[in-house]
Design a binder for this molecule. Structure first.
Ligand SMILES: Cc1cc2nc3c(=O)[nH]c(=O)nc-3n(C[C@H](O)[C@H](O)[C@H](O)COP(=O)(O)O)c2cc1C
Length: 149
């Protein structure tokens, strides 16, 4: 199945993470709901579940390397305000946002649905922006990556 590729941000109890992510889709128009499937053994699962929120950052097509960089729990740094080597800032939900993102949204979790080895977190969009609307965004087919399809 064709899919996008994003960085999913999460935070809880002083720990935060960005994770390469592809299983995301909008599931309601009013209110705006977005569902993300997160594997149960991922750090991101714990942080989204406990923090009750997530961010979804849309990558620029030239930022393919970032999709490779966030497939393991991200370490703080190396510089101040950085996470896993990328500049981030904290969104209104507390989840990290990639400063270089072409666009991003933030959601508060409204529902959790268990499904196989992933949990579907359904979140309501509470904030979003597209700082560079004209930027071509990264899609799975722009990379040599895949995710269990
Ligand atoms: C192209 C690609 C897409 C991915 N999509 C998802 C996804 O939709 N959901 C998910 O839970 N993990 C996905 N992963 C796996 C995560 O990036 C990560 O390896 C793993 O879940 C551990 O995340 P953690 O840092 O939260 O522990 C994907 C990995 C790749 C390379």
């Amino acid at each position: 199945m064709p899919s996008g590729i994003y960085l999913l941000g999460s935070a809880s109890g002083g720990r935060r993470n960005l994770m390469t992510h592809s299983l995301a889709m909008q599931v309601s128009v009013q209110p705006k709901l977005v569902a993300v499937a997160v594997r149960r053994d991922a750090l991101t699962h714990t942080l989204v579940d406990e923090g009750g929120a997530f961010s979804l950052c849309f990558l620029r097509r030239e930022d393919r390397a970032l999709a490779r960089a966030f497939t393991k729990p991200a370490q703080e740094g190396p510089g101040p305000g950085m996470l896993g080597g990328a500049e981030v800032r904290t969104g209104t939900t507390g989840a990290p946002l990639l400063c270089r993102a072409a666009a991003w949204l933030e959601c508060e979790v409204r529902q959790r649905v268990a499904g196989g080895d992933h949990t579907l977190f359904i979140g309501e969009v509470v904030d979003c922006a597209a700082p560079d609307e004209d930027a071509p965004v990264l899609r799975m087919e722009d990379t040599r990556l895949n995710y269990g399809g």
